[in-house]
Design a protein. Structure first.
Ligand code: NDP
Length: 339
């Protein structure tokens, strides 16, 4: 059983050498009487929040606990059930949910697993558009932002797993949508593939406030926040009265020892803006409703999805740390096995 283990807890930016590929020689079996499942992992998901699990913390100190140093990394994935002690699953079922960064895993927390019912779409989509990031875009945009046709929407990290969908949801509703991303290739994707009205490379903008004033001369109604830091500060100055901000993520802060300060919070008051954080885990009861909306949209070609796929567990550490340098173009997926 090949595995990617976290060697030790991390401070600052994670490195490939913080993780190690090893081979466990004992054959993995479902323990006698277990209510869990033994699975073969097919696709693994690299997600920004995984950085926080690499920091050593007391159990319960954060919304997710730290990984166990010396054990396989844990994350979302798509897998096939080989043996099941849980009556909800049987051999041959495909599932998505929390699994290990290894070829085979025993999953005991089966309550967090979803059975995959629709297989006429790429299975890897259950790490992205049809999995946790897709739900995040859906919940963050529709439940938190209270969007209306004709409103102006700004999305940061807009070409990523979550952002590319937020922009497309906003366009389907008839909003004016601008995205920011960190390379020309990503900006081109936003404009030409995902149908954003406009997009810019934030790394080439010396003055983010001026850039936002250029794209939103009348101000921003909705900001879908993925990055935090300087971008949030610039956005706050450019919000419209009664604007809304969904605080989805703050990736620019995840590897800093001290968070960067935000000077413009006063604008929340001046502009009477609603800014709300959310955790997708609290909204999984909406998963079926989400599928009803998004599956037909994929099949009818109304929504498209770009993935960045690497092959093999040995590629997983570089893929994960690449998220914090913006190396991924679209949803970062690792293929462990194709069957
Ligand atoms: P992405 O696929 O967007 O990958 C991360 C991207 O973030 C990179 O490609 C890079 O794009 C950008 N980035 C990295 N470092 C920085 C930086 N210092 N400043 C600005 N941008 C940076 O990730 P996801 O779509 O999966 O996640 C997007 C956000 O949503 C994250 O903040 C994540 O933590 C959050 N999230 C929150 C959830 C919730 O429940 N609240 C659930 C899921 C995700 P670029 O080249 O454009 O810089």
């Amino acid at each position: 059983n090949k595995q990617v283990i976290l060697k030790d807890y991390v401070t600052g930016f994670p490195k490939e050498s913080d993780m190690q590929l090893t081979t466990a020689t004992t054959k993995l079996k479902l323990p006698e009487g277990s209510k869990g499942v033994l699975v073969k992992n097919l696709y693994l998901s690299c997600d920004p929040y995984m950085r926080s699990r690499m920091t050593k913390r007391e159990p319960g100190a954060s919304y997710v606990d730290s990984f166990n140093a010396g054990s396989p990394i844990v994350g979302y994935g798509v897998a096939k059930v080989l043996e099941s002690g849980d009556p909800k699953f049987k051999k041959g079922d495909l599932i998505w949910g929390m699994t290990g960064w290894e070829e085979y895993s025993v999953i005991t927390a089966t309550e967090s697993l979803f059975k995959i019912q629709h297989t006429d779409v790429p299975l890897s989509y259950y790490t992205g558009i049809l999995g946790m990031p897709g739900m995040t875009a859906y919940v963050g945009f529709y439940e938190i932002c209270n969007p209306k046709k004709g409103e102006t929407v700004f999305v940061s990290a807009a070409s990523g797993a979550v952002g590319q969908l937020v922009g497309q949801f906003a366009k389907l509703l008839g909003c004016y949508v601008v995205g920011s991303a960190g390379s020309k290739e990503k900006v081109d994707l936003l404009k030409n593939k995902f149908g954003f009205d406009d997009a810019f490379n934030y790394k080439e903008e010396p003055d983010l406030d001026a850039a936002l004033k250029r794209y939103f001369p009348e101000g921003i109604d909705i900001y879908f926040e993925n990055v935090g830091g300087k971008m949030l500060d610039a956005v706050l100055q450019n919000m419209r009265v009664h604007g809304r901000i969904a605080v989805c993520g703050l990736i620019s802060q995840y590897n800093l020892d001290e968070p960067e300060g935000c000077r413009n919070l006063m604008y929340l008051i001046i502009k009477q803006v609603r800014m709300q954080g959310f955790l997708v885990f609290s909204y999984y009861h909406l998963y079926e409703k989400f599928l009803e909306m998004v599956l037909p949209a994929i099949k009818e070609g109304k929504i498209t999805y770009v993935e960045d796929v690497v092959e093999g567990l040995e590629s997983a550490p570089a893929a994960l740390i690449g998220l914090y340098a913006g190396r991924n173009v679209g949803k970062q997926v690792v293929v462990v096995s194709c069957e």
